[in-house]
Design a protein around this ligand. Structure first.
Ligand code: FAD
Ligand code: 2HG
Ligand code: ZN
Length: 484
């Protein structure tokens, strides 16, 4: 792709405007008029996977909605392109510039605005770190309805902008349901004040939904109001070994039947994903021997003994029926954390060798794991996978949110290599289209999937999306080159 020449190059006058507006020295990282060490720009230009790299020379960190409004109005009037950025943990290259777009970072918008102890409704700035919000809620006996491995750095604004799914969607549902209101700024500076705190509100089109999963293409989210559930006082975790994907499906069905309303996560990991975690960490598996699949089951309820008994009975039952080969129940907080880390640590450990090709897909459960086997066969047939440095591919693994039919197909590589890419694409996308799956279950489109949206959406749907984009952002300054 080429830089869109409609966008203006940033000049010293532009920088001066932003300096005067934001005041504080640290709110502007200026590589336009001043020398900036490469290390200072890197966190904003490089993505989490080290796969995408922008060439931005100006980072702005507004501290209020009014400042965002003034920045965007100025950018729109002057045709300056902008990339909204939260914790920069996104996995589709959406949060970093492609060329010299200005990064609008939310890290200074980090205040919790209000919390209602009776309704559980939290109103907070977009730049509040997810884990910080959750810890705040924990003290009040509540929980943020989203949890994911990047919680220590991602921002709730970024979570909402990507409509992140995470580890407990099965229990708490999608952000499309739990986000009750949004405050956002449109590219022309208009402040959209829809920080609604009502559960029910059928008064016209629900426009906030466009910002949820909008990936910063129609406006900048500055605050959200979120319906937060009660935190469960009893959390139990089991880590199970299963011999086949067939049996894994039976285990899932039994878990839903037997654990019912206390089931809060059902996560799938194949053997290879777990072996790579243990190899990178030089750690041991929680279970003896090798099994084709593992799953992590979490229950959250209000009665610890009762829940533990239920989970224990479930384990006994599925082992008796030979659905599950082996299993362990966490006995305390530390063990709960250790078992979760076998699952949450997968993305980070897979990046250990240099890079990962990631496919975050929705596939009907019966077919879900076949994609991993077939992809591995293709990579092997092309002679690309092996233990030594001459092979680009370390391994092809599958894991993910089984409870939501969401698979993460990951190809861990020593370096990004065109030959690997040619085997994977469009093969993976065609495979998904064939089973009527989605090429992006929870990570979004960003730049990575932009060209492939047609595998999951019709011409009509794409045309409607483009109309929305043009309506909200007629100059196209918001996160250009991405999404649709
Ligand atoms: P960023 O990466 O900064 O931005 C993401 C996108 O949102 C970009 O397009 C950006 O332009 C836009 N954006 C950011 N802030 C705003 C804003 N205020 N207004 C408008 N647009 C904005 N995702 C899941 O769904 N489930 C998971 O289980 C999961 N686990 C993960 C585990 C790890 C280890 C990592 C690294 C990522 C994981 N993700 C997961 C990816 C997920 O998309 C992000 O972690 C998170 O939701 C992004 O938040 P962020 O603040 O880092 O956003
Ligand atoms: C997860 O579920 C995340 O761990 C990341 O969504 C998945 O890295 C991935 O492919
Ligand atoms: Zn995920």
């Amino acid at each position: 792709i080429k830089r869109d020449e409609r966008f203006t190059q940033i000049t010293p006058e532009h920088v001066q405007f932003f300096r005067d507006l934001l005041g504080k020295e640290s709110a502007v990282i200026d590589g336009v008029t001043a020398e900036v060490a490469a290390d200072d720009m890197e966190p904003y230009n490089g993505d989490w996977m080290r796969k995408y790299r922008g060439h931005c020379k100006l980072v702005l960190k507004p501290a209020s909605t009014e400042e965002v409004s003034k920045i965007l109005k100025y950018c729109n009037d002057n045709m300056l392109a902008v990339v909204p950025q939260g914790g920069n943990t996104g996995l589709v290259g959406g949060s970093v510039p492609v060329f010299d777009e200005i990064v609008l970072n939310t890290s200074r918008m980090n205040q919790i605005r209000s919390f209602d102890d009776v309704s559980g409704i939290l109103v907070a700035d977009a730049g509040v770190v997810l884990e910080v919000a959750d810890q705040f809620l924990a003290e009040k006996g509540y929980i943020f309805p989203l949890d994911l491995g990047a919680k220590g750095s991602c921002h709730i604004g970024g979570n909402v902008a990507t409509n992140a799914g995470g580890l407990r969607l099965l229990r708490y549902g999608s952000l499309h349901g739990s986000v009750l209101g949004i405050e956002a700024v449109l590219p022309d500076g208009t402040i959209v004040d829809d920080l609604c705190k009502l559960r029910k509100n059928n008064t016209g089109y629900d426009l906030k939904q466009l910002f949820i999963g909008g990936e910063g293409t129609i406006g900048m989210i500055t605050a959200v109001s979120v319906q937060c559930p009660q935190r469960s006082s009893a959390v139990n975790v089991a880590y199970l070994a299963v011999e086949s994907y067939e049996k894994m499906q039976q285990a899932f069905k039994e878990a839903r039947q037997q654990l019912g309303e206390i089931l809060s996560a059902f996560e799938l990991m194949d053997l290879r994903s777990q072996q790579l975690v243990q190899r990178v960490r030089s750690s041991k598996s929680p279970l003896e021997g090798e099994h084709s699949f593992y799953c992590l089951i979490e229950t959250s309820g209000s009665n610890s003994d009762h829940d533990a008994e239920k989970l224990g009975n479930f384990l006994e039952d599925v082992m008796g029926k030979e659905i599950v080969a082996d299993g362990v129940l966490a006995q305390d907080e530390t063990q709960i954390r250790n078992l979760w880390s076998q699952r949450e640590g997968v993305p980070e450990c897979l990046g250990h060798w240099g890079g990962v090709y990631k496919y975050d897909v929705s596939i009907p459960l019966p077919d879900m794991y076949k994609l991993v086997d077939e992809t591995r066969e293709k990579i092997d047939a092309a002679g690309l996978r092996g233990d030594s440095d001459e092979f680009p591919v370390v391994d092809v693994v599958g894991y993910g949110h089984m409870g939501d039919s969401n698979l993460h197909l990951n190809v861990a590589v020593r370096r990004y290599d065109k030959r690997v890419e040619d085997v994977l694409e469009p093969f993976v996308y065609e495979w998904i289209a064939k089973v009527n799956g989605s090429i992006s279950a929870e990570h979004g489109l960003g730049i990575a999937k932009k060209n492939y949206i047609g595998y999951s959406r019709s011409e009509t749907m794409i045309a409607l999306m483009k109309q929305i984009k043009n309506l909200y952002d007629p100059n196209g300054i918001m996160n250009p080159y991405k999404y649709v």
